[in-house]
Design a protein. Structure first.
Length: 557
């Protein structure tokens, strides 16, 4: 009866909420303010902006991204009549993640909707370290795989459609993990161990988007490392039949993360087979790179209309930016603003204050504007709205225009400018040189590859700004990889020490020959070498294990 009464009370409350009148004039807008020492941010589906910037946006979820040596990303919710302030700070990858493995990239993510746990003690799972079959923690991205706890602080990743060192054929994915004993396998998946620690103890760890109960810092991950695609793997099953795996895809790069509160620190790491690695995450430093504050923001109603209608307008106070098409009703915080409206070669401009002004009416007139350009270097080519310009003084219609400047050896720039009717504006554009990268190796003479460009070390390359993976190879030495991020005008040096190849007996990869590679999710093929009864029995056995795994996983979740 008590539960029934509570249920009826809940229904009554919902009914009361449904009939409560809502103010129809309440603004469904909030403010997203972005600050920090970064130059530029991108808000997907909204635009790319110079920092600082404030945006009046409809209520909803937004992601703010920053490119750099450390990639930054904030995921926030902008609520009605609220100001969300996001502040970014540039980071150094070496201050965030350290280890004896190749780190290809570092990212810090702030997610308002996530709260990554911090525990008071390490997990006690009562598991003796070893290999076993369990429901696991599975995913299909980037491949079907599953994590299993093999110790109180040890997790192992199992890949679907592979032969693991315990000589078992493994099926892994969201359903969990099952395995079948094998013998005489032509390829056994190599493993490496990664010890993971963080400056905030007992933080939760993640591999791609999944985690295991044992993954609480400090913990160890046992990971498959397959540096090349492997084809036509064979093994003998329990019944004497031949198991054939057409294709085992390459996997030697992992997204390994540690999180606490709303902050997730991710490193993209590249591994080699049969190695022991250690990596440490500095979460305290990561938390300082993205800070988010929220406070009330009083917004005021503003009506914009133009003659003719359907004119585009831009409102700004120097930092805040609002775009729209007339007629429109907007909500702005208190302040002094400038609105510029334009369409079909005509324009109008007006200054106003909020909350003193609630309505702005603009009559557009065909009054041209003058743009005076000062470009460095002097031999740069200029286009305005896609048309080449030879003069430094240009008469343009009022409104928004795009200026594209380019020169050999320099990073091109694409700049937006808004001109008011009768306005004369000076614009200075200084192009920065293309970044350069000098690569040195010990020993010298190694082949260096960056995308489709190669050179022999030591060498110097001129590249476009962005992130690059530097691959280095030399006969008799292990291949090495390094990650660099280049900005306009930057000169960077990279030094890579190569290690001699260890002499050891290793299994060779099957030659793909003329066999077409199978997709990573394809199941194994069973040849007819054994009787059809044995093959059918094994298939039914595997199917039963998968069904049991699914049932167990659903019950656990």
């Amino acid at each position: 009866m008590r539960l029934k009464g509570l249920f009826l009370l809940g229904v009554l409350l919902l009914a009361l909420m449904a009939i409560t009148p809502v103010d129809a004039n309440e603004p469904a807008y909030g403010i997203l303010s972005i600050r920090g020492d970064v130059d530029e941010v991108t808000v997907p589906e909204i635009g790319t902006f110079k920092v600082p910037v404030s945006l009046v946006l409809p209520v909803g979820n937004y992601t703010v991204k920053v490119k750099g040596d450390v990639e930054l990303e904030a995921r926030v919710f902008v609520n009605s009549s609220r100001l969300v302030e996001v502040e970014f700070r540039k980071g150094n990858p070496g201050d965030l993640v350290k280890g004896n493995l190749t780190i290809l990239g570092v990212k810090v993510t702030y997610d308002q909707w996530k709260n990554y746990p911090k525990y008071n003690s390490p997990p006690s799972l009562g598991i003796k370290r070893g290999y076993g079959v369990g429901a696991g923690y599975g995913t299909t991205v980037p491949y079907p795989m599953s994590l299993v706890d093999v110790g109180n602080s040890v997790a192992k990743l199992l890949l679907n459609n592979t032969v693991m060192p315990s000589l078992s054929y493994t099926l892994a994915g969201p359903f969990g993990v099952v395995g079948v004993a094998l013998r005489n396998a032509s390829f056994i998946t190599p493993l490496s161990a990664v010890s993971v620690a963080s400056d905030i103890q007992y933080a939760k760890g993640y591999l791609f988007n999944i985690s295991a109960a044992s993954m609480v810092t400090p913990f160890t991950l046992i990971l498959p490392v397959i540096p090349h695609d492997v084809y036509n793997v064979t093994a003998v099953d329990y019944y004497g039949g031949t198991l054939i795996i057409d294709h085992i895809p390459k996997i030697d790069t992992y997204n390994l993360s540690v999180g606490v509160n709303h902050t997730l620190l991710t490193a993209v790491v590249k591994l080699k087979p049969r190695e022991k690695y250690a990596i440490k995450y500095h979460l305290k430093t990561a938390k300082k790179l993205i800070t988010v504050k929220e406070e009330p923001a009083e917004l005021y109603n503003l009506r914009i209309s133009t003659k003719p209608e359907n004119a585009r307008f831009i409102i700004t106070d120097g930092i805040l930016v609002v775009n729209g098409t007339s007629p429109a009703t907007l909500y702005l915080p208190k302040g002094n603003y400038k609105v510029t409206a334009f369409t079909n070669g005509s324009g109008a401009v007006e200054n106003f204050s909020i909350p003193e002004t609630s309505k702005v009416e603009l009559t557009l007139k065909p009054l041209p504007a003058m743009l005076i350009l000062n470009i460095t270097p002097k031999n740069a080519s200029i286009t305005i709205d896609g048309e080449e310009v030879n003069n430094t003084s240009v008469t343009l219609s009022p409104g928004e225009h795009w200026i594209y400047a380019s020169a050999s050896g320099y990073v091109p720039d694409n700049i937006s400018i808004v001109l008011s009717p009768n306005e004369s504006k000076n614009m200075k554009v200084a192009l920065k040189r293309l970044p350069s990268l000098r690569i040195e190796t010990k020993p010298a003479g190694a082949l260096v590859r960056i995308k489709n460009t190669t050179c022999t070390s030591p060498c110097k390359l001129t590249l476009k700004p962005g992130s690059y993976t530097v691959e280095v190879s030399l006969k008799g030495y292990q291949n090495e990889t390094a990650f660099v991020y280049l900005t306009a005008g930057e000169s960077k040096n990279v030094s890579i020490t190569l290690k001699p190849i260890k002499t050891q007996k290793t299994m060779t990869h099957s030659n793909p020959g003329t066999t077409s590679p199978a997709t990573p999710t394809q199941g194994a093929n069973f040849s007819t070498d054994a009787s059809s009864e044995h093959s059918t029995a094994l298939k039914l056995f595997l199917l039963g294990l998968i069904i049991l795994g699914l049932i167990f996983a659903l019950k656990r979740r």
